[in-house]
Design a protein around this ligand. Structure first.
Ligand code: SF4
Ligand code: SF4
Length: 421
């Protein structure tokens, strides 16, 4: 057995504590989870069934601890895990899974497939069997603080530029601010107007807020990769920046995976400071609900139907399902139309979980996006609003690739445009 295989198996087994073992034992092999997975739906490939993606965990657990596993191995009915298996499962769990967690909702036995798939990634990350593009992005985040190459200088240049464009001030490293707003490098590089829009919303609400140069990147590529060590490293950078400024809450902007890492993964894996973590979708809902910002009724009712794409980590996992609808029902009451399915049942865009960063996964993520196109077209919408910039990038790529005819908008930008001055 090679070092990589031993490392992966040791990590799988370490991860396979009592809870995970009971999860694996409870599986009845009914296959219901397969129908919930957009990769399986789009391809019909049985290897994309969620339960198959965690097969390596089951084999490691059974071979190390189970009598049946030892008997099967002795009789040659089950083969030991090899390097080739690691490479094969690396393709399955990094390229054909966005860790959207829809399969966990579908499983009648309540098996938490999303977290289990994350555990497969953890073993592969320890063994170094991670797609090269993802590895490169992780290393960039280790070395310069951003997987997309946003250096300190570039960040400051972007902030200056957005302040000029939007005619606003963005407070930087303001001690005594209540709220720290942290953007993702996708927003900084691809959707810089989000910075201006969110700044405008914070100011309109009278929020005492700031950004931080130390905690300037909310995306966590260590979490995508599955490495606990690097997930913690990137989380600590954010929490250290927040502690230094003494803020009471952290607002994660339009990035779903980062929200998951900050809000749930962090407290489950390390000591975290007593600072509330929330998402801009929730904050905008809070501002509108309390009257701290006012939106022009029907402002977006003039340009065709608008639908809303629920991001897996913000809406399904984060629960911010009501607030975007509350907002859209003010700014587009006549033109807002739901897709089917939506809310918790929504289909993932196909680009989350780091998939969009892996070039080799492009054909698959474009195939999967056809499901989303079908959904949007059935709704009759010409615009799709959303609260995750990773989804937005996947939509833009997918629309271009398939020559689809609808537009995408970040909800924060729409809110900023519809603000009553
Ligand atoms: S739905 Fe649950 S019980 Fe059925 S095969 Fe999938 S993981 Fe196993
Ligand atoms: S987490 Fe989402 S993408 Fe991954 S296997 Fe489950 S349904 Fe499929």
């Amino acid at each position: 057995m090679t070092t990589a295989t031993t490392t992966a198996i040791n990590t799988f087994v370490k991860e396979t504590g009592g809870w995970i073992a009971s999860q694996l034992e409870a599986c009845t092999r009914c296959g219901i989870c397969a129908e919930a997975c957009h990769f399986y739906q789009a391809s019909g490939n049985p290897e994309y069934a969620p339960v198959w993606k965690v097969e390596l965990l089951r084999r490691a657990y059974e071979q190390r601890f189970g009598v049946m596993g030892k008997i099967k191995m002795g009789l040659g009915l089950e083969k030991p895990i090899t390097d080739a298996d690691l490479t094969h499962w690396s393709d399955l769990v990094y390229q054909a899974c966005t860790v959207c967690n829809k399969c966990s909702l579908a499983c009648p036995m309540g098996i938490q497939l999303g977290p289990l798939i994350h555990d497969v990634r953890a073993g592969l990350a320890e063994a170094g069997v991670v797609p090269q593009d993802l590895k490169d992005a992780v290393m960039k985040q280790v070395e310069i603080g951003s997987p997309l190459g946003v250096t300190d200088d570039l960040f400051e240049e972007r902030i200056d530029w957005i302040c000029d464009e939007w005619d606003i001030d963005i407070p930087i490293n303001k001690k005594g601010a209540d709220t720290l707003v942290i953007f993702s490098s996708i927003e900084v590089m691809k959707f810089p107007d989000n910075l201006g829009a969110i700044a405008k919303i914070m100011d309109a609400a009278g929020e005492n807020w700031t950004i931080s140069t130390k905690a300037r990147e909310v995306v966590n590529f260590g979490f995508y990769e599955g490495s606990h060590e690097r997930t913690k490293l990137f989380l600590n950078r954010v929490f250290d920046g927040a502690k230094e400024l003494g803020v009471k809450r952290i607002v994660v902007t339009e990035c779903g995976h980062a929200y998951d890492a900050m809000r749930w993964t962090a407290p489950n894996m390390m000591d975290v400071p007593d600072i509330e973590v929330t998402h801009i979708a929730g904050v905008m809902g809070e501002f509108v609900g309390s009257g701290r910002i006012k939106l022009k009724p029907g402002f977006f009712d003039t340009n065709g139907a608008i639908t809303f794409h629920d991001a897996c980590k913000i809406q399904r996992r984060g629960g911010h399902i009501k607030e975007p609808r509350q907002i859209l029902n003010i700014i587009a009451p006549k033109s807002f139309k739901e897709m089917s399915p939506h809310s918790e049942e929504s289909i993932c865009c196909g680009g989350g979980g780091g998939v969009i960063a892996i070039k080799e996964a492009d054909p698959l993520r474009f195939d999967v996006f056809k499901l989303k196109i079908e959904q949007v077209e059935k709704s009759g919408a010409s615009t799709v609003a959303m609260t995750c910039s990773n989804c937005r990038l996947q939509f833009l790529d997918g629309i271009q690739h398939h020559n689809a005819k609808f537009k995408v908008r970040g909800l924060s930008e729409m809110v900023a445009e519809a603000l009553e001055e």
